[in-house]
Design a protein around this ligand. Structure first.
Ligand code: CO
Length: 278
């Protein structure tokens, strides 16, 4: 098979935003500059050492028609929904929630001080799955495998596969990868990616050169197509996530926490929510 190198085609800055009950965060996908990157609808980094920035959390709110993925770097978040499901997300753990036809949930910090940090990603669902029953995949840090493709590079495989190592998250419509990469100083390696899948890299500590572009902290690089991307650190350690998935290619009708294919389906979502059918 031919190798085609992916290059960064666009660099996007994180925008300060707030969501839930005033949680301060940095939004990178889902902004006027980058409204989406099919199949990804939103990507936020939340993080603060100041409890007042996060303590009010995300009280009860609905979702329909897509998936929310919460990956914690530090701190603890309690999740609870209206179907009786609850779970505690800890540092290094992940929750991949397929909202499907609808849930109402809260995501609340379970700590009163110290560092809270993580990411929330929204992944769209194709029309055939938008009204599927809700599904949760939750994994503790110990259940997320790591690989070392070359000395000095460690990759936590949340979803997708590197060589023989597969992440614990399975059965997702867009066949995603979600990798958390830690690079020692001055290392270079090539990461294989599936041709045709949308992909981005987001640097959350240090800086890294990805697909020919040097990304400073809190910069997202949108990757052009190809089978592999070259990633390198500089004089310092670097930490980044690389996320990819198959584009869905369907019309997107989006209003707040509802993401459907048509405006009528959005109106139906509001009616179902207000009638208590979530
Ligand atoms: Co939510």
């Amino acid at each position: 098979m031919q190798t085609a190198m992916r290059e960064v085609v666009r660099v996007v800055n994180a925008l300060p935003a707030s969501d839930g009950a005033g949680v301060k965060l940095n939004r990178v996908v889902g902004t006027p500059g980058l409204p989406d990157l099919d199949p990804f609808l939103l990507f936020d980094e939340f993080g603060s050492e100041s409890a007042s920035d996060y303590i009010a959390g995300f009280p009860d709110h609905p979702h329909r028609g897509f998936e929310t993925v919460t990956y914690m770097l530090a701190g603890r978040m309690r999740h609870r929904d209206n179907h009786g499901h609850s779970g505690l997300l800890v540092s290094g753990g992940v929750q991949w929630m397929t909202a499907g036809r609808g849930i109402i949930h809260s995501e609340m910090p379970e700590q009163e001080s110290g560092l809270m940090r993580g990411f929330q990603l929204w992944v769209n669902l194709p029309a055939r799955d938008k009204m599927a029953p809700p599904r949760y995949q939750e994994f503790a840090p110990a259940e997320i495998p790591s690989v070392t493709p070359v000395p000095g590079v460690t990759i936590k495989v949340v979803a997708g596969r590197i060589g023989d190592v597969a992440g614990p998250v399975t059965g997702i419509a867009v066949d995603p990868i979600y990798f958390d990469l830690h690079l020692d100083p001055r290392v270079t390696f090539a990461l294989p990616l599936t041709m045709g899948h949308a992909a981005f890299a987001f640097v959350y500590d240090g800086s890294a050169t990805v697909g020919g572009a040097t990304l400073a902290k809190r910069r997202l690089g949108v990757l052009g197509d190809g089978t592999t991307v070259q990633i390198a650190s500089g004089e310092d350690e670097a930490r980044l996530v690389v996320i990819a998935g198959r584009p869905i290619g369907e019309p997107v009708a989006r209003y707040g926490p509802f993401v459907m294919n048509t405006r009528d389906e959005i109106i139906q979502a509001f009616q179902d929510y207000e009638a208590g059918r979530f």
